[in-house]
Ligand binder design. Structure first.
Ligand SMILES: NC(=O)c1ccc[n+]([C@@H]2O[C@H](COP(=O)([O-])OP(=O)(O)OC[C@H]3O[C@@H](n4cnc5c(N)ncnc54)[C@H](OP(=O)(O)O)[C@@H]3O)[C@@H](O)[C@H]2O)c1
Length: 169
């Protein structure tokens, strides 16, 4: 078993909103590119609803990554993904294969559990300016005070920042 870093990658609005009607509330192509660049060739862990949201956009699991889906439903089946019954189990299994970095990619339920478990080393945050009337929210992340990098951007009239955060030592 290796000891890979465990990271969250998430985009939030001013109210920590992350989703609406099981979709992303915004369309920011550069953010999606960053997501792809950071997570490709690594393991991604997601809740069943986020998996279904991805399928609604792309029709298949995300390519060039190990896709792990968490569900309580023992009958859940999907092609091209590994299915787990808890975040703990998914992380245990992910560590058997992943050498460098495991990405927890959402949604709100899985982010909350990951933060509560205290297992997260780093947050790749995209802070989107505005209130998108979201129905799902990222939890408070007050332990992550160390700013590793910060970059302001604007695309399609949307202002946002890429902020990489770690726990204070
Ligand atoms: N802005 C972003 O960066 C971002 C990222 C990801 C997702 N999102 C958004 O977030 C929303 C989805 O988030 P969500 O909180 O509704 O759902 P979610 O966390 O993606 O998935 C929830 C599901 O995960 C399973 N689950 C949760 N905890 C579990 C546990 N302890 N053991 C076993 N299974 C467990 C359950 O599946 P079953 O019901 O099958 O048992 C539960 O219904 C969407 O709007 C999506 O677009 C946004």
């Amino acid at each position: 078993m290796t000891n890979p870093k465990i990271s969250i990658i998430v985009a939030i609005d001013d109210k920590r909103g992350i989703g609406k009607n099981n979709k992303l509330p915004w369309h920011i192509p550069e953010d999606l590119k960053r997501f792809r660049r950071l997570t490709s060739q690594h393991t991604i862990i997601m809740g069943r609803k986020t998996f279904e949201s991805i399928i609604s956009y792309t029709g298949k699991p995300l390519p060039n990554r190990i896709n792990m889906v968490i569900t309580r439903n023992p009958d859940f089946r999907a092609e091209g993904v590994s299915i787990n019954t808890s975040l703990e189990e998914a992380l245990f299994e992910a560590k058997e294969n992943e050498q460098s970095e495991i990405f927890i990619i959402g949604g709100a339920q899985i982010f909350q559990q990951a933060i509560d478990m205290g297992v997260v080393d780093r947050i790749y945050l995209t802070k989107v300016e505005g209130d998108y009337d979201a129905d799902t929210f990222f939890p408070p992340y007050t332990d992550f005070k160390k700013v590793i990098s910060e970059e302001s951007r604007e695309e399609n009239g949307i202002k946002y920042k890429f902020i990489n955060l770690e726990r204070e030592e």
